[in-house]
Design a protein around this ligand. Sequence first.
Ligand code: NQM
Length: 362
Amino acid sequence: MRSTTAYEETGVRCTMLRGGTSRGLFFEAADLPADPADRDDLLLRLMGSPDPRQIDGLGGSTSLTSKVAVISRSQHPESDVDFLFLQLGVDEATVSDRQNCGNLLAGVGPFAVERRLVDPGHPETSVRIRMVNSDSVAIATFATPDGRVEYRGDVTISGVPGKASPIVLAFDGTEGSVTGRLLPTGHVRDEIDGIAVTCVDNGMPVVLAAAGSFGLTGYESHDELAGDSALLDRIDTLRRKAGQLMGLGDTEGESVPKTVLVAPARDGGQVCTRSFIPVRPHTAIGVLAAISVVTGLLLPGAVGHELTDGWPSERIDVEHPTGHLLVDVVIDREATPTRVIRSGVVRTARKLFDGVAYPRAV
Ligand code: NQM
């Protein structure tokens, strides 16, 4: 086994992919140190964290571009590969496995085919991915003509320039991904410091509130929200109190729960959102966060449930600061407690480089 300093000379095999509106470093688990502390130390040195500019590493100075996917063949009969998602801090030396990432997930199937961890089909391949962070399964289906991943295509996703081949992600068993329950507080609605919230976890623990309850319209730009430090403090206070109610303990400095403010749609969609991950505003919205938001809104009594009047049964259009995200969520309203039947989304991905990455010296 290599010592962690040996990687400075040998480097480590790495592929960088954009997955949805995120970008990350993809590794085979066998290429990284087995000890999680050594692995995390190496990843931070590869990414260039902690440093707000990540000038000495491969990160892109935001949380959406400081992500890592660790992939291995699955030992579970119901899945082909295991995907461990790690969120690295930018200006802090943190590595968290507490949440999933439905965006980076879009790169996992293509990576598994590129590295021949799964046998490709023709003209498409479906890969069953066990999301280790939440012990749930996603099925990714994408084009593989003649067994080769086709990244080029004609699908556009908001927040990414150009067009690419669609990657269809279908989720199973995402209820209670981190908290163990779809409604982690045991209620469809709670009140925290006079603000009505719905805490929901269908793939991502999310605190839902009306934008109006913060004196906002919900149509503010990303930069307006990012510049309002009093607002960001209030969001952090709210999500930390919600985290306690959700059984997550003290979530100071943790990546979950996220907060999402909702308002009536104004651009042809079904709902307008402004998300905070967990305190800085998102330029778009996370995939599993959007699925959790739509799931929460569909529950009678939830904050914003009135916005679901007249919604179509599929392809719910979630507006966010840079466009739209279409998600499918089907719930069984007859079941007690409410059960999620299925959820899904369409993303794209692109291989950016494949090679050897070298960490900063210890
Ligand atoms: O919610 C950002 C993203 C995410 C997570 C974050 C995500 C998801 O946009 O599934 O994708 O929540 O920090 O990539």
